[in-house]
Design a binder for this molecule. Structure first.
Ligand SMILES: [Zn+2]
Length: 284
């Protein structure tokens, strides 16, 4: 397989995780309420650096035989260390015009930036772009309140302006949904609010096999291990935790594999209940 991609089957449905790149964030943005000494011990026990999180961006290509679906589009050209999705799709033999459906888990720049090309046009010209109606309304409203995010104001500005810009370009191809919805046979979008108001998770289910894409319902395995540790990018942390619990319960009940956009590549694995949280074991 080409570097930065990993293919597996969910029953008859072909899935490929594609690396768009990565970005380095200050650890305090990812874990704003963690006790610094405990955080530093946890990072050390995972052999991770103390002050920063090198966070992967991982999109999901779904090939059902009838449909080609992309879940999230990466960051596009917004940083020097991301924007590889078009090249990864090319290596997988997929042209932009072949993609018939793009599901956007939410409208943060690292997920929606790759949905428009360098000329400011939709990057997947024939696709419908599925997004929660709540998400659309939140980012296109006259005023977008990001005051609850615990990241610097410059980051909030850039999140807001990128969402507006991308949604503006995509407006004629957006298909909003307002509840749990089967997007194509075997692929279901599930409301998973908290990170953003209209955040979605995506379930691929076929012949008793499951992959639940969490999107950004958790952005680091430590958010599963330590449920009280919040993510500074979550607009409503309590709601995000409720969502995380609901998704974990669902995954455990049906013995699902999970995927999370920002987890260590290839970003797939399983969870088990552990000490009031969930332990992440990578692998398919
Ligand atoms: Zn993200």
């Amino acid at each position: 397989m080409p570097e930065g991609s990993h293919r597996f089957q969910v029953g008859p449905i072909g899935c490929t995780v594609l690396s768009d790149g990565y970005y380095s964030y200050p650890a305090s943005w990812f874990f704003p309420n963690a006790d610094p000494a405990e955080l530093s011990r946890a990072m050390a026990s995972h052999h991770l650096p103390q002050d920063s999180v090198l966070s992967p961006y991982t999109c999901l290509l779904i090939e059902t035989g009838r449909h080609i679906v992309l879940v999230d589009t990466g960051a596009g050209e917004t940083s020097r260390t991301s924007g590889a999705i078009q090249a990864r799709l090319d290596m997988a033999g997929i042209r932009p015009k072949d993609v018939d459906t793009v599901i956007l888990t939410h409208a943060h720049a690292d997920h929606i930036g790759g949905a428009i090309d360098l000329c400011g046009r939709p990057a997947f010209p024939n696709a419908r772009y599925v997004l929660s109606e709540t998400e659309w309304e939140f980012w296109t409203a006259a005023r977008t309140d990001l005051s609850h995010l615990r990241v610097p104001d410059a980051a909030k500005e850039s999140i807001s302006s990128m969402a507006r810009r991308c949604l503006g370009v995509l407006r004629h191809q957006i298909e909003p949904i307002d509840r749990e919805t089967e997007i194509v046979p075997g692929v279901v979008a599930i409301p998973a609010p908290g990170h953003t108001p209209g955040h979605l998770a995506v379930l691929i289910a076929s012949e008793g096999h499951y992959l639940l894409n969490l999107g950004d319902a958790a952005v680091h395995p430590l958010h599963l291990e330590r449920p009280s540790w919040q993510n500074g990018f979550d607009l409503a942390p309590d709601r995000a935790l409720d969502t995380r619990r609901r998704l974990m319960d669902r995954a455990l009940a049906d013995d699902m594999h999970l995927m999370a956009f920002h987890f260590p590549f290839p970003s797939v694995g399983r969870v088990a209940v552990n000490n009031g949280g969930w332990l992440w074991t990578p692998g398919w």
